[in-house]
Design a protein around this ligand. Structure first.
Ligand SMILES: [Zn+2]
Length: 247
């Protein structure tokens, strides 16, 4: 893997890919929630396996199901804003970016105090190396950091591959096994979705894929002795990294 560097005049926020060096657990992150036909089952699975997750919620879905967002928090999981609409906010301009994040967080702030430092995941991760995005987010939530991932489940590609309901179990098993076999999994940030927001085919399989993959991952973590942890990161950002983002 080659390292690349993006330069700025001191405006880069921290971008986190993995957990702290000494952390052997995995941070499970779930984007695009909540959805009434899957979120309650995800919460039951997490509870059953004594697991914790960080949810990056889509404001448009929270507005439709505010009780579900409150339940995620009440059952011990972290909740952060993933924008209001699921669009490329980096292409929508600074006003829209800020408004979308703020509108979503305003709903979440009715459920819990706004966390400090704030963790941000942009829809489609759009603009994670964009100077306007970093400047706008820093003004909106000083001290925030962008949370990337090191272990993508690529679950958004599973439903489009399914033709019959039987394919779901098979495809999810293959995907979970691939992830669990990765020696770099301890210390990683895992990305999955609660019914990914996209226009891909196979939409009818999304609920089953979401729940099946979560079950397979949690069973796999247990089998391999991995425990889930909240997203922990560096306490402070090295000064140089405001100028040079290494990725
Ligand atoms: Zn998303």
């Amino acid at each position: 893997m080659s390292l690349r560097i993006s330069w700025s005049r001191g405006i880069w926020l921290p971008v986190q890919w993995r957990l702290d060096k000494n952390q052997r657990g995995v941070a499970l992150t779930i984007d695009d929630a909540p959805m009434p036909d899957t979120t309650p089952m995800l919460l039951d699975l997490l509870e059953h396996h004594r697991a914790t997750a960080s949810f990056f919620l889509s404001g448009c879905r929270v507005a439709a199901h505010p009780g579900l967002a409150a339940e995620i928090h009440a059952r011990g999981h972290a909740i952060y804003a993933h924008g209001w609409d699921h669009i490329r906010l980096d292409q929508a301009g600074p006003e829209r970016l800020r408004a979308d994040m703020a509108r979503c967080e305003a709903l979440l702030a009715e459920i819990r105090p706004t966390p400090k430092p704030y963790l941000i995941r942009l829809p489609y991760n759009g603009g994670w190396r964009n100077r306007m995005v970093h400047r706008t987010l820093a003004e909106w939530q000083p001290g925030c950091r962008i949370v990337h991932w090191s272990a993508p489940t690529e679950d958004h590609l599973i439903a489009p591959r399914c033709v019959t309901p039987a394919d779901v179990e098979h495809e999810c098993t293959a995907q979970a096994d691939r992830l669990l076999a990765d020696p770099a999994l301890p210390g990683s940030i895992v990305l999955m979705h609660d019914q990914p927001i996209n226009e891909r085919p196979g939409a009818e399989f999304k609920p089953a894929v979401t729940v099946t993959l979560m079950r397979q991952l949690l069973e796999g973590f247990e089998r391999t002795g991995l425990h889930t942890v909240p997203i922990t990161g560096p306490d402070h950002q090295p000064f140089w990294s405001r100028f040079a983002m290494v990725w």
